[in-house]
Design a protein around this ligand. Structure first.
Ligand SMILES: [Zn+2]
Length: 220
């Protein structure tokens, strides 16, 4: 197709514009590099393929640690975590015969864990007797480990059964265990949908992981 004078002129203009843009881009390169470098230092080591990032998260070991948007994955994060095995990347802390303990990626407090059946099941009444018994024994182990690792003043625990009850992932049931300390609640989560924590997720993970590695937690 023949190019009209006007179109040609536009093309030339567009070329020179893009050159200009690329020049200005080149000038900005050091700034961009700096931004990229900063961003990389803020990246968590959690496996992004397993744990989607769905909201801004703020941890505060030394003030603002990172704020980032997360990537959604398909499938069940708990099942993917189980497949990946015990590591900080998967957030999986512990496996018993039928159950597992996983760190909550969006903790209400340091040491906030989830205790859940290994089988992908959202209905407590559909667990076998063996799964149910194991789940509650594992729940008690998690409770004990949190108490030993964090010495909380109290603990909240519970199950949101079904989406209408507030379960974030209703198709794979999970009990929450949240350590509590006097004065740990503030208004920040209410106004910013962000929770400020006095420690980071990895430090909490390592504390619990070390505790759960002790012989008294062995279940096999
Ligand atoms: Zn699952």
């Amino acid at each position: 197709m023949p190019v009209s004078g006007k179109t040609k002129k536009n093309k030339i203009k567009s070329k020179s514009q893009s050159k200009l843009q690329s020049n200005s881009h080149a000038k900005n390169k050091p700034a961009k590099k700096l931004v990229e470098k900063k961003a990389s230092t803020l990246t968590m080591k959690i496996g992004e393929q397993i744990w989607p990032v769905e909201r801004d998260v703020l941890f505060r070991p030394d003030r603002l640690k990172y704020v980032r948007k997360l990537i959604k994955t398909s499938g069940c994060v708990f099942c993917e975590s189980k497949q990946a095995g015990v590591s900080f990347e998967s957030l999986l802390l512990f496996k018993s015969q039928h159950s597992m303990i996983v760190m909550n990626k969006f903790p209400y407090n340091p040491g906030h864990v989830l205790v859940l059946p290994q089988r992908h099941c959202g209905d407590l009444l559909k667990l076998s007797d063996a799964e149910y018994t194991d789940l509650h024994q594992t729940f008690r182990l998690a409770f004990r480990a949190i108490t030993a690792a964090f010495s909380p003043a109290g603990i909240n625990s519970g199950l949101n059964h079904g989406a209408v009850a507030g379960a974030g992932i209703p198709e794979h049931l999970h009990f929450h265990i949240v350590p509590r300390w006097t004065g740990d609640l503030n208004f920040f989560p209410l106004i910013a949908e962000t929770k400020a924590l006095p420690t980071d997720l990895e430090a909490s993970y390592q504390s619990l992981h070390q505790e759960l590695a002790k012989p008294e937690y062995r279940v096999d």
